[in-house]
Design a protein around this ligand. Structure first.
Ligand code: SF4
Ligand code: SF4
Length: 69
């Protein structure tokens, strides 16, 4: 299955849970800060996201939207 995600950069607090739990390792921390001063997560567009939604389930801020193709 193919999927993709959208991370709300302004909602993210940079806790890295999604990064640690993503089985495909397609999320990383940005080197930029969001408006609240957090180094936020970003989606690696050319990876192999399966749409498994683990990232969205573990995110305490509900900052991740998952799309399945
Ligand atoms: S949906 Fe699954 S594969 Fe895609 S970014 Fe989230 S945890 Fe990783
Ligand atoms: S789990 Fe949520 S708050 Fe934590 S780094 Fe990922 S998107 Fe940001």
């Amino acid at each position: 299955m193919k999927g993709s995600i959208e991370i709300s950069h302004q909602i993210c607090k940079g806790c890295e849970l999604c990064i640690n739990f993503c089985p495909k390792k397609v999320i990383k921390l940005s080197d930029k800060l969001n408006a609240a001063g957090y180094q936020h997560a970003i989606y690696i567009e050319d990876g192999e996201c399966t749409g498994c939604a683990v990232c969205a389930i573990v995110c305490p801020e509900v900052a991740i939207e998952v799309y399945r193709a």
